[in-house]
Design a protein around this ligand. Structure first.
Ligand SMILES: Cc1cc2nc3c(=O)[nH]c(=O)nc-3n(C[C@H](O)[C@H](O)[C@H](O)COP(=O)(O)OP(=O)(O)OC[C@H]3O[C@@H](n4cnc5c(N)ncnc54)[C@H](O)[C@@H]3O)c2cc1C
Length: 417
């Protein structure tokens, strides 16, 4: 008989679990509280710029193997586009200096041996100084593992870790930073090609998953928020959505793939991260200069990454809590000034939009990292997924997909008992 699984939450973690289980011939029901799938990774039409934009620019790397496998499984791997080589153009706005970080095409970090490919004004010893980060313990801070100053730090380590951890790197978890370095810089250029969903996050990572699920007979219900559930003998027996409820038969499973605050209210007593950091994105309706790179690293300014999309220049600012209360127009003007300098663009402020995601990621400190639960819960047929569960990675698409895959594996294992 076909087994049934209910997935609560249609963010990337819920969708990856759903796709994996639909492919394993489960009858899948997805329940999403809002009217749209994608959660923190979604596109929408924005009237101010008259464009479809993403809630935030999402950068993947070619070493994000679970995320790429997820895209492959929904037929959209080709929608993640980037340069053929792991090359990162950078500009320092405080000095005007520009350079290209070329990580080559190897499976080893051989680029650090080649002076012409290293960050300008850095030597081999600077890179060797990063070694303590690689296998750092979970309770250490980045600043206790490596030096957080100097040219290499300012021009490479700080931008990389700020983007990955979404906080000022010295206060971040060295364990999480080490996982990022192991899976990217240490894995050579092959793992570091930057990839973006050029046609939009929803078109590449969300809508095709929904279509695949529906084609396989799954149901996907929007505005269907799980309020609570009933349990008996250590199992979930009923899901309650307010206006309706669904009985859970013996042998059926539930994957809760919601953000930590929702998970904690559904499962009182569940330990979850309690602190979060914001990410600010700004989108400008403006054509990029013809030779503009798809992504540009920016140091020495407000802007951190500048992305060139068709008809749009978009900016990411991590660890953005200091900007969430700044008047929007003032912020847009300040960011546009940086964009003009970094992207060699001129002109008055074009139509713009600012998206401030206040709880973009859990705070990647050792203290908050220690609050992340695994997939299994005290209930035999209920499993957790989400970028905030204990994936060993910071809050990223790669972590979300891994958590979804892991929850799906628990469901599959249940049926083998
Ligand atoms: C601005 C921004 C920029 C980012 N940039 C990057 C990047 O460059 N690279 C990268 O890898 N990652 C990036 N991330 C992180 C990435 O977006 C997240 O890690 C990922 O999307 C989280 O997916 P999730 O499924 O774990 O959670 P969510 O996306 O939060 O999904 C949870 C879903 O559950 C639903 N839900 C909540 N409660 C209930 C309920 N009771 N019943 C039913 N449904 C419910 C929610 O509505 C939501 O759809 C960024 C995030 C943001 C916000």
């Amino acid at each position: 008989m076909q087994k049934t699984v209910h997935i609560i939450g249609a963010g990337i973690s819920g969708l990856s679990a759903a796709v994996r289980l639909a492919n394993a011939n489960y009858k899948v029901h997805v329940h999403e509280a809002t009217q749209q799938a994608g959660g923190r990774c979604r596109s929408y039409f924005d009237a101010a710029t008259n464009l479809t934009i993403d809630n935030g620019n999402h950068l993947l790397l070619s070493g994000n193997r679970h995320a790429l496998a997820y895209a492959r499984s929904i037929g959209t791997e080709a929608g993640l586009v980037g340069p053929k080589l792991a090359q990162f153009p950078f500009v320092d706005l405080s000095t005007g200096q520009r350079w290209l970080l070329d990580l080559g095409d190897s499976r080893l970090p051989l680029w650090v041996l080649d002076e012409s490919r290293r960050v300008p004004d850095t030597g081999l010893a600077d890179y060797l100084g990063l070694m303590p980060l690689i296998w750092s313990g979970k309770d250490r801070l980045v600043k206790d593992a490596i030096r957080c100053d100097g040219t290499l730090y300012r021009r490479l380590v700080q931008p990389l870790l700020l983007a990955a951890l979404n906080l000022d790197p010295p206060e971040g978890s060295a364990g999480l930073a080490g996982a990022v370095v192991r899976e990217t810089l240490l894995a050579g250029g092959q793992a570091c090609r930057p990839l973006i969903a050029r046609d939009g996050l929803s078109a590449v990572l969300v809508e095709p998953a929904i279509k695949l699920l529906q084609d396989k007979g799954a149901s996907v219900r929007f505005s269907h928020e799980l309020r609570e559930f009933a349990t008996s003998k250590g199992r979930v027996t009923e899901l309650n959505f307010g206006d309706d409820s669904i009985a859970i038969a013996p042998g059926d499973a539930v994957v809760v793939a919601v953000p930590p605050r929702s998970a904690a209210s559904l499962l009182p007593g569940l330990k979850t991260p309690t602190k979060f950091r914001a990410i600010v994105n700004a989108h400008f309706r403006s054509a990029a200069p013809r030779d503009a790179p798809p992504s540009l690293g920016v140091v020495g300014g407000l802007v951190e990454w500048l992305f060139a999309f068709p008809q749009r220049l978009s900016v990411t600012i991590s660890n953005g809590d200091r900007l969430v209360d700044m008047p929007r127009e003032e912020l847009a003007q300040a960011i546009w000034r940086d964009v003009c300098k970094a992207g060699s663009v001129a002109g008055e402020l074009p139509p713009w939009q600012i998206v401030r995601e206040r709880r973009a990621t859990f705070e990647a400190t050792p203290e908050q990292n220690a609050l992340r639960p695994g997939a299994a819960t005290g209930l035999k047929n209920l499993f957790l997924a989400g970028d905030w569960t204990d994936t060993g990675l910071p809050a990223t698409i790669e972590g979300s997909v891994r958590s979804g895959d892991r929850a799906a594996d628990h469901v599959l294992a249940m049926s083998q008992v």
